[in-house]
Design a protein around this ligand. Structure first.
Ligand code: C2E
Ligand code: MG
Ligand code: MG
Length: 638
């Protein structure tokens, strides 16, 4: 008898084993997990009914016909339900998260109930060959089961192909494997009635789903056994899809690194475990570990204020590490209301942005994700899109602002400044879009496009004929970190036959902090080809004198803030005086930015500044207006 139920028995063992594994580590809050549990029980019921039906057929002479028929028909129905459930589960991405598809399912359910009821009237026949150990059922009820199952599977294939882009990558492989194995086993069983493979194929489907999609270890932090970032992603996705509100608090432990240094890794884990245990102890909340030192606690029932209060109160108290008692340095970010976000993607990108911000600046101790922050993030997303558009559609403009030399008594150069307009045609602040482009690496491509435009301008308009001796081009920190920078810039100058001596590159102090060696290599290659380097924005940030000393700079450009400060306070005036004297002593030229009026112009002249740039002469203007300006300027000065 056993040889007739060997496939089903093996399937039963697999399903029971997976059930034990699953229930030991369920999250209790994932809808797809609950769907999987229903699926597990249906497959289990199907296998038990399969085995029972074989016994019922084998001993049909000893039990009432109605019992054999009922068991066999329930088994056939269970086959259909399993196939259908597989379909629902496999397409859970579409099913749970798309209202339209859920609506479509309702009339389909009525159709199914009609089919199931029809089993009451459909005849079923049995074949039993005890000698050859062959047992199976046949007839219209069986035929209808095969027809329906195959239709469902074909439908699955249809959905799979039709919605290929909407199904998450992690589901695609199991979906294909499961549907194919169901079809193959059903076809084999249909033509070889004695090979009862379908039940086994179902248990294999359970296994594939468990391993690929319901594997609790995918959602678990290995070190602490708590939910990980993937689990958080599933949670928020589900809450948004089901239109449920929640709030959350992110906790960043700033001094974890130093705790590892002082107390070692083992004590770090003990500390993190006591932190996760504390999070677990907060009723009506779920906690996630999002990174080495970052946790998020979410709740859909607790008020954000109360949740935050509970957490901050605990972190105000010390934690014990080894035998010591330590008060941790912690930063918080609170997300009071999930309704503020337009969709889950927005929440995820804001969370990532804040994560980066906290990583870069541990002094940031408290952030509230309110409407203003979300608004500025939306603007940032729009600017990113606009930058992408500008890269693809030649959307950047280059404006030029003249620079005046006291020595020559005329305009001798111009700074090239990138311009980008938004969809309504308004200029986006370059400081804003340049920073965004630096953060996502787009600045590399933008930098090259802008430099290409500058070189083309020099080639087409011959600014040297108008008294321009060189053009200043800004280089971003990110560009300066590229080993290929000098070569790439040389290639563009070669293309337009521009003498590198006609270009002054402006770099900032931050370029040096990041990659001094690479920067030095790039600088020396370009200087060898007769280009010059200016240090831009001097006095705006941390002005570290060693940078001025250690680099082959031709000139230093004073930031407008330091220039303006010299007119508003005595201290500012003294500072500027000393800075000018120091740079002169170092044998470098000085350019002052932000000169807006005659008074500022005169003072710079008095101080001994070499060159000035500012609205006093002209705002930055486009290439045509700049050429026009220079023509008129030349005529006035001739
Ligand atoms: P920056 O290189 O220090 O450029 C000088 C900035 O000061 C320009 O701002 C210019 O318009 C402004 N400015 C000049 N004179 C005056 C004045 O008299 N009064 C006032 N209020 N402002 C004046 P802009 O064009 O907005 O550029 C801002 C920054 O964006 C630049 O500062 C530079 O760091 C960056 N940037 C602009 N274009 C590029 C580029 O092509 N590449 C890179 N990497 N950065 C660029
Ligand atoms: Mg500049
Ligand atoms: Mg500047």
């Amino acid at each position: 008898m056993f040889s007739m139920i060997q496939f089903q028995s093996a399937g039963l063992v697999i399903v029971l084993f997976i059930m034990c594994m699953h229930f030991a580590r369920r999250t209790k809050w994932l809808v797809t997990e609950r769907t999987f549990e229903v699926f597990l029980f249906i497959v289990l019921a199907g296998l038990l009914l399969d085995i029972s039906s074989i016994f019922a057929i084998a001993y049909r002479t000893k039990i009432p016909v109605i019992v054999t028929n009922l068991i066999s028909k329930f088994y056939l129905i269970s086959l259909q339900v399993t196939t259908l459930m597989t379909l629902v589960y496999l397409f859970a991405d579409l099913f749970w998260y798309e209202e339209r598809i859920r609506k479509l399912f309702r009339p389909f359910l009525i159709f199914l109930i009609v089919i199931f009821c029809s089993y009451l009237f459909l005849p079923i026949y049995y074949f039993f060959d005890f000698e050859n150990r062959v047992v199976y059922s046949y007839g219209p009820a069986v035929f209808m089961t095969y027809a329906c199952c195959l239709s469902f599977l074909t439908l699955s294939f249809g959905i799979l192909i039709f919605c290929w882009d909407k199904i998450s990558l992690s589901r695609k492989l199991p979906v294909v494997v499961i549907i194919s194995s169901f079809i193959i086993s059903a076809v084999i069983q249909f033509f070889n009635n004695e090979l009862l493979l379908v039940g086994f194929a179902m248990s294999m489907a359970v296994m594939v789903i468990y391993l690929y999609m319901e594997n609790p270890y995918l959602r678990m932090d290995r070190e602490l056994g708590t939910n990980n970032e993937h689990a958080w992603n599933l949670y928020v996705k589900q809450m948004f899809a089901r239109k449920k509100d929640f709030n959350m608090v992110a906790i960043y432990i700033n001094d974890l690194e130093s705790i590892i240094d002082i107390f070692g890794n083992k004590n770090k884990i003990d500390l993190l475990l006591s932190i996760t245990n504390f999070f677990r102890s907060i009723d009506d909340s779920i906690s996630f570990r999002m990174g080495t030192n970052n946790f998020i606690v979410v709740s859909s029932t607790l008020k954000n204020k109360d949740l935050l209060e509970k957490i901050t109160r605990r972190f105000a108290e010390p934690f014990s590490v080894a035998d010591a008692s330590i008060k941790l340095s912690v930063s918080y970010c609170t997300y009071p209301d999930s309704k503020l976000f337009s969709d889950v993607q927005e929440l995820i990108s804001i969370k990532n942005y804040i994560h980066l911000k906290m990583k870069r600046n541990a002094n940031e101790t408290f952030i509230t994700v309110n409407e203003d922050l979300i608004k500025s993030q939306r603007e940032m997303v729009n600017i990113k899109k606009r930058l992408q558009w500008a890269l693809e559609n030649d959307g950047f403009d280059v404006f030029y602002q003249p620079i005046y030399s006291f020595e020559k008594g005329r305009i001798v150069s111009a700074e090239a400044l990138t311009r980008l307009k938004d969809e309504e045609g308004k200029f986006i602040n370059p400081e804003v879009f340049i920073q965004i482009a630096e953060e996502n690496g787009m600045i590399l491509e933008i930098g090259m496009k802008v430099f290409d435009k500058v070189c083309r301008f020099i080639k087409d308009f011959h600014p040297e004929d108008l008294g321009i001796e060189y053009i200043e081009v800004n280089l971003s920190v990110v560009q300066c970190m590229q080993e290929t920078l000098a070569g790439d810039l040389m290639a563009i100058m070669d293309k337009y036959k521009i003498n590198p001596g006609f270009i002054n590159f402006e770099i900032t102090e931050t370029s040096m902090i990041n990659s001094k060696d690479v920067l030095l290599n790039n600088m020396s290659e370009l200087i060898e080809n007769s280009a010059n380097f200016y240090l831009d924005d001097y006095g705006s940030g941390y002005s570290n004198l060693s940078y001025i000393i250690g680099l082959p700079l031709h000139a230093v450009k004073l930031d407008k803030s330091i220039v303006w400060a010299s007119f508003t306070s005595e201290k500012g005036s003294i500072t500027l005086e000393f800075v000018v004297r120091m740079i002169k002593k170092l044998n470098m030229k000085i350019v002052a930015e932000g000169i807006e009026n005659k008074e500022q112009f005169n003072k710079m002249k008095e101080l001994g500044v070499d060159l000035v740039q500012g609205y006093y002469f002209s705002r930055p203007v486009d290439s045509k207006d700049f050429v026009k300006f220079m023509f008129e300027y030349k005529d006035d000065n001739d």
